[in-house]
Design a protein around this ligand. Structure first.
Ligand SMILES: Nc1ncnc2c1ncn2[C@@H]1O[C@H](COP(=O)(O)OP(=O)(O)OP(=O)(O)O)[C@@H](O)[C@H]1O
Ligand SMILES: O=P(O)(O)OC[C@H]1O[C@H](OP(=O)(O)OP(=O)(O)O)[C@H](O)[C@@H]1O
Ligand SMILES: O=C(O)c1cccnc1
Length: 490
């Protein structure tokens, strides 16, 4: 299926492309890097997701005749020859990216785009859109997974998601981070995610009695039915009726799967319901809970001894409600000079954390002898690569007192080539492979970095060369500003 997303971009990208085209600078080579500066939810890491969507988008990126017609109607009066060029456009650059499921950290390139300034500019908006949302949801899901590592996690968010794409790609992001199934059938069909479903209150309400409703549902789906028990009165009506239905199924040689609680005090009700089920000889019947759950409520319910085996999580996960956006940015780090050489560029800010790091960069994960990640290391492609036996200085410029040397380590290159000169060289892994890779990534980190509350800060280090180059560029720009600025005559 061809997705028409060429116009899924901000107008200023088209305007800059046009201005470069008029200026004759549109073919200049450029390198951009996408990264975020701050981890979401106070977490110690983020889970990278969005690459599959980015890859599909890039490989199908074409302007249609209708797109061009629409562009020709804009107040900018784009020249017909420019629009003609857009009609022939396809992405011919290179993209390097973290793999989906990787644990990633602030200020390291997650996606690197190399191409003409025109093509690299066009794809900014969509790349950030896909990366920011999916990484955010995968990270939120990972926090939920962390508080219920042995329980079954169901993604129930579609009805409350910010529209259809968010529901479907959010379900996928949750699965990457260890959710077991989704209620979204399209996500199931599209990605092969297991699907699960119970029933709504409307099923019970549409019958004369709760018992009739349960029996009828169980007869239609005798293998593994889950009954929602809170429509009228959970302990006085719902659970006893569900027990009757389970007994009916047993008589037919079948087993009920679970009951679902969706309101009230979920700790108290689950403990009581567990007792009632066990006393009726139904210890195999599980308890599913839902109702505006998130990692904090789940952790709290567990600490109260809630007898819940399966968690249905919707709104809070799919909308990442406590932080609904990851502030990923896309910054120009290198540009071809008129003389034809690639020169590093910088974005200065009065906030030191917002000053971009110039130059095209690689990311290595430095893994120590105990098989655990020590730090990430950012260097230029031309530098000596970190390799075991080669003494490496790990230091973070924002925390210069924190430095150490490592000698025995494995340096894992994190940015995979996805497109090289317009050709897709990366074979998209199947989702279960991504999920396995994510689990391997989790296992690579000490628990101190993974904990949900006040995690240790995992260090992202710059090579000395990267650091020095950055300082030089800052100094050069400060000089230029002082010479040209309002104070230059003082
Ligand atoms: N024992 C508990 N400890 C902490 N939080 C709980 C506990 N039981 C339920 N919750 C959570 O408290 C919130 C209760 O939501 P709410 O006030 O809407 O109550 P409700 O039972 O759903 O009411 P309603 O019947 O109107 O749907 C939900 O987020 C739920 O997950
Ligand atoms: O609470 P969330 O984490 O978002 O999980 C999804 C919610 O969606 C359903 O409720 P809804 O009231 O929409 O429908 P219902 O009639 O089936 O209860 C379900 O019963 C959950 O409570
Ligand atoms: O199957 C369920 O129980 C379900 C699905 C979506 C939303 N809430 C519940």
């Amino acid at each position: 299926m061809r997705r028409e997303l060429a116009l899924h971009t901000d107008k200023y990208q088209i305007n800059m492309m046009y201005a470069h085209w008029v200026n004759g600078s549109h073919k200049r080579r450029a390198v951009f890097e996408a990264y975020f500066r701050k981890l979401p939810f106070g977490n110690g890491f983020a889970v990278f997701a969005g690459l599959e969507r980015i890859t599909q988008y890039i490989s199908e990126l074409r302007f249609t005749e209708e797109d061009i017609r629409y562009l020709s109607e804009q107040e900018e009066n784009y020249a017909p020859a420019f629009l003609e060029e857009l009609l022939q456009f396809h992405f011919q650059g290179s993209i390097y990216s973290m793999k989906e499921g990787a644990l990633v950290f602030p200020d390291e390139p997650l996606v690197r785009v190399e191409g003409t300034i025109m093509e690299a500019q066009l794809v900014e908006t969509a790349i950030l859109n896909f990366m920011n949302y999916q990484t955010l949801i995968a990270t939120k899901a990972s926090r939920i997974k962390q508080v219920a590592p042995k329980d079954t996690l169901l993604e129930f968010g579609t009805r409350r998601a910010q529209e259809a794409d968010a529901a479907v790609w959010g379900a996928r992001a949750a699965y990457i981070s260890g959710f077991h199934a989704t209620s979204n059938m399209l996500a199931g069909k599209k990605f092969g995610i297991p699907t699960k479903g119970t029933h709504a209150h409307s099923w019970v309400q549409s019958f004369a009695s709760e018992q009739e409703a349960f029996d009828a549902y169980a007869k239609v789906m005798p293998d593994g039915v889950t009954l929602l028990v809170d429509t009228f009165d959970t302990l006085r009506s719902g659970v006893p009726h569900a027990i009757n239905t389970a007994k009916m199924l047993e008589a037919a040689g079948k087993r009920m799967n679970a009951i679902r609680l969706d309101s009230g005090d979920l700790a108290y009700l689950s403990i009581q319901a567990r007792k009632m089920l066990d006393e009726a000889g139904l210890d195999y019947v599980k308890i599913v809970a839902s109702n505006d759950l998130d990692e904090n409520t789940i952790m709290n319910l567990k600490s109260q001894g809630a007898a819940i085996d399966t968690w249905g999580v919707g709104t809070q996960l799919i909308t990442a409600s406590d932080q609904p956006s990851l502030g990923g940015v896309y910054k120009l780090v290198e540009i071809e000079s008129p003389a034809g050489e690639m020169v590093p560029t910088i974005k200065i800010s009065s906030n030191p954390e917002k000053v971009s790091t110039p130059g095209k960069k690689e990311v290595f994960r430095i893994v120590g002898p105990k098989g655990k990640a020590l730090a990430d290391y950012i260097s230029f492609p031309g530098e000596q690569e970190p390799r075991s036996g080669r003494r490496l200085k790990l230091f973070n410029p924002l925390h210069p007192y924190l430095q150490k040397y490592v000698e025995k380590y494995e340096a894992v290159s994190m940015l995979e080539p996805i497109f090289v000169n317009g050709f897709q060289v990366y074979k998209l892994p199947v989702l279960d492979e991504i999920r396995r890779y994510h689990q391997e990534q989790i296992d690579l980190f000490w628990p101190e970095y993974l904990r949900k509350l006040n995690p240790e800060v995992y260090r992202v280090n710059l090579s000395e060369l990267v650091w020095t180059r950055k300082q030089q560029l800052i100094a050069e720009h400060m000089m230029t500003d002082l010479n040209d600025g309002p104070n230059s005559e003082i």
